[in-house]
Design a protein around this ligand. Structure first.
Ligand code: ZN
Length: 300
């Protein structure tokens, strides 16, 4: 099935005027300050809150992360990121829920760095891209054109710690097929081919360091709270061959994905399905928290 997007000319990549036309259609639908910053503020007693940068768009978006107050160089370091795609709500709220529910307990074993909302403009406008029509989750590389990616990379470079594990929290939604993939194809002057949106939770591991036992442990933990996506009739999820139940691999470094951000030997990307008949916002958050628990329990 192909979908024609209303902006641009078929077969021609977008020009600046098309990007501007797209941006004009975007509106604020929810509030980063009320939904996210208030929760970050509430965790300040327990964790160090760092403002690692600001995005200067139609307004200023401060960027925050939370990290362990009692940093212990003997302990391995954990990186959790959410909201790289701002519309993927349970990633943002899953990162925050993990810290408030479990953060203190896991600090017995790990130093934590949690970045709940990498793309707050995307959070407010329910978008995959930033205002320049750039996907931050394809922009984690040197001299990145996306400030969402560049500012986090700069901060982590300065922090200078080696991470053992990085869990990047995402969703795969029905709007990927109805809006975001057609928009991407239109921007790049390509024809969109939709794929089946997986019904359930799955993981995207890293081709260069797949760590199948680690991914398996995460799937086992998530299965306790939500269902795992079955492969399609070609044994694929989102067009990629299944590696094991609920797991596919991407080359996160080559693609500039957030999971390629560090040299951590254990990395994964969670994909929660919020449009499932049985899904609720709470259940999606529980799925994200379970994924982090599964990852850290495997390594502690
Ligand atoms: Zn995503």
């Amino acid at each position: 099935m192909t979908t024609i997007y209303p902006i641009g000319e078929p077969g021609q990549p977008w020009l600046e005027k098309h990007k501007q036309a797209w941006l004009k259609l975007q509106t604020t639908k929810r509030c980063y300050q009320d939904d996210v910053i208030t929760q970050i503020e509430a965790l300040k007693d327990q964790f160090d809150c760092v403002e690692y940068g600001q995005l200067g768009y139609d307004k200023i978006f401060p960027l925050f992360l939370l990290k362990s107050k009692s940093w212990d160089n003997q302990k391995p370091c954990v990186l959790i990121t959410g909201g790289v795609h701002g519309y993927e709500t349970s990633g943002v709220h899953g990162a925050l829920a993990f810290l408030s529910r479990d953060g203190k307990a896991y600090e017995q074993h790990f130093n934590l760095v949690v970045v709940p909302c990498v793309s707050p403009w995307g959070y407010e406008t329910i978008n995959r891209w930033n205002p320049m029509a750039i996907d931050p989750n394809r922009s984690f590389y040197k001299n990145s054109p996306a400030p969402e990616s560049a500012l986090l990379q700069e901060y982590l470079e300065k922090l200078g710690v080696e991470f053992l594990v990085h869990v990047d929290l995402h969703e795969t939604t029905d709007t990927d097929n109805s809006e975001f993939r057609p928009a991407l194809a239109a921007r790049d002057g390509k024809t969109n081919q939709n794929w089946n949106i997986p019904d359930g939770f799955y993981l995207v591991g890293h081709t260069q360091k797949p760590q199948p036992d680690f991914q398996k442990a995460i799937i086992a933990q998530v299965r306790k709270v939500t269902h795992i996506a079955p492969a399609d009739n070609e044994n694929k999820l989102i067009g990629v061959e299944l590696e094991q139940e609920g797991v596919i691999n991407y080359d996160g470094t080559k693609l500039g994905l957030c999971m390629g951000l560090t040299n951590a030997p254990f990395v994964t990307t969670t994909e929660v399905y919020p449009d499932s008949k049985t899904a609720t916002p709470e259940n999606c958050i529980d799925g994200q928290v379970a994924a982090i628990q599964g990852a850290l329990n495997f390594l502690k």
